[in-house]
Design a protein around this ligand. Structure first.
Ligand code: NDP
Length: 275
C-alpha cells in the first residue's frame, strides 16, 4: 500500500494566527513523513473541537508549534503506513473517531474519583464533552443521579441522554439549588459558581478555565488506553457518539464548520465528511 501513497494532499491550512478567514483550502500540501512511533492515516472523516479554533486564534502560541498548521485532532480513516516502532496497528486498519471529547469526559470522571452511587452535575451538558460525561457517568460509572445545564431548547435532549434533572441555565442559577452534588464537571468555565454546587469535601472538575479550590483543572493526557476500555460500551451502543444534526459539513466547507463550532452552540460533535 505504501507505494500508492501520494506526495501531496488536500488540506485546510493556516499560515498565521487569526479568525476563520485565515483558514485556506490547498490541494498541494506535502503528505507528512511518518516518524518511527507514528502512523499515516488516510482520513475519511474528522471532528472539530474547541481546541482547534483556540490554537488557530493563537491562544496556545507559547507552547504550540508555529504555523503553517493543518488543524484537527479527531479523525476516522485507514492506516496506510506504519512507523518501525509502532505496535498494535498495521496497514489497512481502520482508525477510530471521537477520541478527544470522550477521553476528556472519562479522564475527568476518573480523576474526580467518580464511582457507583454518586451524583453529578454537568455544566455544559449538551456540548461535545458534556454529552459524553452524561453517558459515561450513567452507563460506565453507575451514577445515582445526573443533573446537567443547557439552554431551554436542549432540556429534552439532555433527558434523552440519561439526565434526571435538566437545568435551564437561562432561568435557574444552578448554584442556588438546595441540592448539592458529589461531583461537578464544569465544561463551560463557571469558576466560583461551580464550587457552590458541590457537597462538602467533594470534587469539581474544570476543563475550560481556571479552577477554584477545591476544584482542579486538567488537560487531557490519554494515549488511547481510555478508548480501549470504552470499546465494549461503544460497540454495544450503551454509549453513543452524538452528532449535531446541523453540524455535518463537507470537506469544502471546513471554514463554515469552524464558524459553526465557534458560535458555542453546537450540540454534540461537529463533523467533517467526504474528505
Ligand atoms: P462545545 O463547543 O461542544 O460546547 C458547546 C455547548 O456548550 C453547547 O451545546 C451549549 O449549549 C453549551 N453551553 C454554552 N454555554 C453554556 C452555559 N453557560 N451553560 C451550559 N451550557 C453551555 O465544546 P466542548 O464540549 O467540546 O468543550 C467544552 C470546553 O472544554 C471548551 O472550552 C474546550 O476548549 C474545553 N476542553 C478542554 C479540554 C481539556 O483537556 N482541558 C479537552 C476538551 C475540551 P447551549 O446552546 O444550550 O448554550
Amino acid at each position: 500500500m505504501s507505494s500508492s501513497i501520494p506526495s501531496k494532499m488536500k488540506a485546510w491550512i493556516y499560515n498565521e494566527y487569526g479568525g476563520v478567514e485565515v483558514l485556506k483550502f490547498a490541494s498541494d500540501v506535502a503528505v507528512p513523513e511518518v516518524k518511527e512511533d507514528q502512523v499515516l492515516i488516510k482520513v475519511v472523516a474528522a471532528a472539530l473541537n474547541p481546541v482547534d479554533f483556540k490554537r488557530r486564534l493563537g491562544k496556545f502560541k507559547t507552547i504550540d508549534s508555529p504555523p503553517p498548521t493543518v488543524p484537527g485532532y479527531d479523525v476516522a480513516g485507514v492506516v496506510v503506513k506504519v512507523g518501525s516502532q509502532v505496535k498494535g496497528l498495521k496497514e489497512g486498519d481502520e482508525a477510530a473517531s471521537l477520541p478527544l471529547a470522550i477521553e476528556t469526559a472519562y479522564e475527568g470522571l476518573e480523576r474526580a474519583g467518580f464511582s457507583t452511587g454518586k451524583s453529578i452535575l454537568v455544566l455544559g451538558g449538551a456540548g461535545g464533552v458534556g454529552t459524553h460525561v452524561i453517558q459515561l457517568a450513567k452507563q460506565v460509572f453507575g451514577a445515582s443521579k445526573i443533573a446537567a445545564t443547557a439552554s431551554t431548547g436542549k432540556l429534552e435532549f439532555l433527558k434523552s441522554l440519561g439526565v434526571d434533572l435538566a437545568i435551564d441555565y437561562t432561568k435557574v442559577k444552578f448554584e442556588d439549588l438546595p441540592e448539592k452534588f458529589d461531583v461537578v464537571y464544569d465544561a463551560v468555565g463557571e469558576g466560583d459558581r461551580a464550587v457552590k454546587a458541590v457537597k462538602e469535601g467533594s470534587s469539581v472538575v474544570y476543563i475550560a478555565g481556571g479552577a477554584t479550590p477545591p476544584g482542579f483543572f486538567f488537560v487531557l493526557t490519554s494515549n488511547g488506553e481510555i478508548l480501549k476500555k470504552l470499546i465494549p460500551f461503544l460497540e454495544s451502543g450503551k454509549v453513543k457518539p452524538v452528532l449535531d444534526p446541523e453540524g455535518l459539513f463537507p470537506f469544502k466547507k471546513v471554514n463554515e464548520a469552524f464558524a459553526y463550532l465557534e458560535t458555542n452552540r453546537a450540540t454534540g460533535k461537529v463533523v467533517i465528511f467526504s474528505i
